[in-house]
Design a binder for this molecule. Structure first.
Ligand code: ATP
Length: 296
């Protein structure tokens, strides 16, 4: 059986690189299809809408990036972004209150406008910090983690009639998340965002060098394909770090001590070259696995 085309919902000339996302075309299309299709289906045929999506995988692979861009494409309100440890509070009841507040605006708007309400996206980073299996002692053994999970469950179950909320949870440790949160009707779509392959790395390198290429700052001796091959095990964030490091080497070659002000006007003549990337590769290393080769 042929693989279904997840892209069908996006226009044929849609370019992922225009969104600043490299190597995640299939993942982006899948999330978009699941998140976009739901409100339409709910209105027409009564299929419950997807309230929650879990993105999991190593750090720096673009989970937050993808969640934010999905929000823009769905014309959602600017997302509320919350980090697991931020929710925890030592005062009794305050952590639950923090969760309640996350949902309050969406609930109020839905009450007022019903199906006309705009979509509210909640991006919950480091979900594992607070939503560990209940009874595991998350939240410093105080039971705070358990009550956060309970509050989140009650909010997700409570939004049954609301079609205007999408919770996007993110974690590096899917295995630690309380199973109850991952059931249908809650964070029901699970998608792994893994380290990019070589083709993905090339797309990411192109994105992060696009401005320097447009401004003619990249020396012709820089071979982007070669860089993609040499950055095995790099995440998108590490590739971004590599490009920044290369630029800093070029900048310091170009700068004479005490000449910072002059350089500001003169940066057009600066060139980021092969040797700058070779230096950068000795400085920026992947956190997961090791890169096998170095530039000569
Ligand atoms: P964490 O798990 O640590 O929260 P994350 O997976 O959410 O990390 P992001 O915060 O989305 O990672 O990525 C950090 C930065 O790395 C991005 O702002 C972007 O500059 C770069 N980056 C990561 N992945 C990609 C990608 N696929 N394409 C382009 N840039 C990327």
């Amino acid at each position: 059986m042929s693989k279904p085309n997840s892209n069908a919902i996006l226009s044929p000339d849609f370019k992922f690189e225009d969104m600043g996302i490299g190597g995640l075309g299939n993942e982006f299309s899948t999330i978009f299809r699941r998140a976009f299709a739901s409100p339409c289906l709910v209105a027409k045929i009564g299929i419950p809408h997807v309230k929650g999506i879990l993105l999991y995988g190593p750090p720096g692979t673009g989970k937050t990036l993808i969640a934010r861009q999905i929000g823009k494409m769905l014309n959602a309100r600017p997302p509320k972004v919350i980090n697991g440890p931020e929710v925890l509070n030592k005062f009794v009841g305050q952590s639950e209150e923090n969760i309640r507040k996350l949902f309050a605006d969406a609930e109020a708007e839905y009450k007022e406008k019903g199906e006309e309400s705009s979509l509210h996206i909640i991006i919950f980073d480091e979900l594992d910090a607070v939503c560990k299996q209940r009874g595991s002692g998350a939240g410093g053994g105080t039971g705070v983690g358990d009550s956060v999970v309970n509050q989140l469950l009650s909010k997700l179950d409570g939004v049954d009639q609301l079609n205007n909320i999408l919770l996007i949870g993110m974690t590096n440790r899917k295995d630690m998340i309380d199973d109850a949160l991952l059931r249908p009707g809650r964070l029901e779509v699970h998608l792994e965002i893994s380290l990019p392959d070589e083709a993905g790395r090339l797309e990411i390198i192109k994105i992060h060098t696009s401005k320097m290429r447009t401004n003619g700052l990249l020396n012709p001796d820089v071979n982007l394909e070669e860089l993609a091959a040499l950055t095995k095990n790099f995440s998108g964030a590490e590739i971004n770090g590599l490009v920044k490091a290369a630029a800093s080497f070029a900048f310091s070659r170009h700068t004479e001590v005490g000449q910072l002000a002059a350089v500001k006007q003169d940066v057009g003549s600066m060139k980021i070259s092969h040797s700058d990337f070779a230096n950068a590769l000795t400085e920026v290393r992947p956190a997961y696995g090791v890169s096998e080769a170095e530039l000569e």
